[in-house]
Write a protein that binds this ligand. Sequence first.
Ligand SMILES: NC(=O)c1ccc[n+]([C@@H]2O[C@H](COP(=O)([O-])OP(=O)(O)OC[C@H]3O[C@@H](n4cnc5c(N)ncnc54)[C@H](OP(=O)(O)O)[C@@H]3O)[C@@H](O)[C@H]2O)c1
Length: 212
Amino acid sequence: MEIAIIGAGNVGRALATSAIRAGHSVTVSSSNGDTAAKLAEETGARAAKSNRAAAEGADLVVLAVPYTTIVDVLDDVGPALAGKIVVDATNPLKPDYSGLATEGTSGAEEIQARIPTARVVKAFNTAFAARQTDPRIAGMQVDGYVAADDEEAKAIVLELVKGMGFHPIDAGDLAMARALEALAWLNISLQMRHGWSWQSGWKLVGPEGDAS
Ligand SMILES: NC(=O)c1ccc[n+]([C@@H]2O[C@H](COP(=O)([O-])OP(=O)(O)OC[C@H]3O[C@@H](n4cnc5c(N)ncnc54)[C@H](OP(=O)(O)O)[C@@H]3O)[C@@H](O)[C@H]2O)c1
């Protein structure tokens, strides 16, 4: 699959690495282009000259930018996203990391409202970059929760998540992004509270067969 990743920071690098490992072709873009070019050189991705150029050539576009920049990014790229699968890997954190900036909704739903003709899917946001690079830890696969209203788009992203090494879990419709963003926030707050190393990931355990 041709994947565009908008954002070439921790998440852009991690997802480019695991998507390329899974056999996909990846193009990245960033604010000024320099970090995208460096990431491309180091991972085997391609760097695009602009976010829009990256999105135009892709089957699936991943948003991997700070949530505070989403409005600008979507205003810029929006027309190129019509009909495309847009994977929202962001977490709508308050700038001071004191919690989520959303109330009664999710970042993913806000994104879908801004780009109504795109097929928005929430994924990857509950895993830290270390686990996005390598979803296996202590002999287990970290869960890759996927939420979307478009069932076909969700199925494609579940396959992508699986190919990248996660244990894929269909989390429901896009409104479940509220729970996934809260889950991400819980893990973030645990790292800060306990001085942990930003490596832990979510794994649902239960009777064999329940989440297999
Ligand atoms: N870090 C994690 O473990 C993690 C895990 C799950 C989800 N998330 C979420 O994923 C998102 C990205 O996090 P991150 O840690 O990768 O952040 P980061 O390391 O700060 O990287 C952000 C990237 O976004 C780029 N960017 C900013 N504005 C842009 C614009 N208008 N157009 C294109 N690119 C733009 C930056 O470009 P420059 O390089 O040019 O500055 C940079 O490459 C956030 O929403 C975060 O909450 C993070």
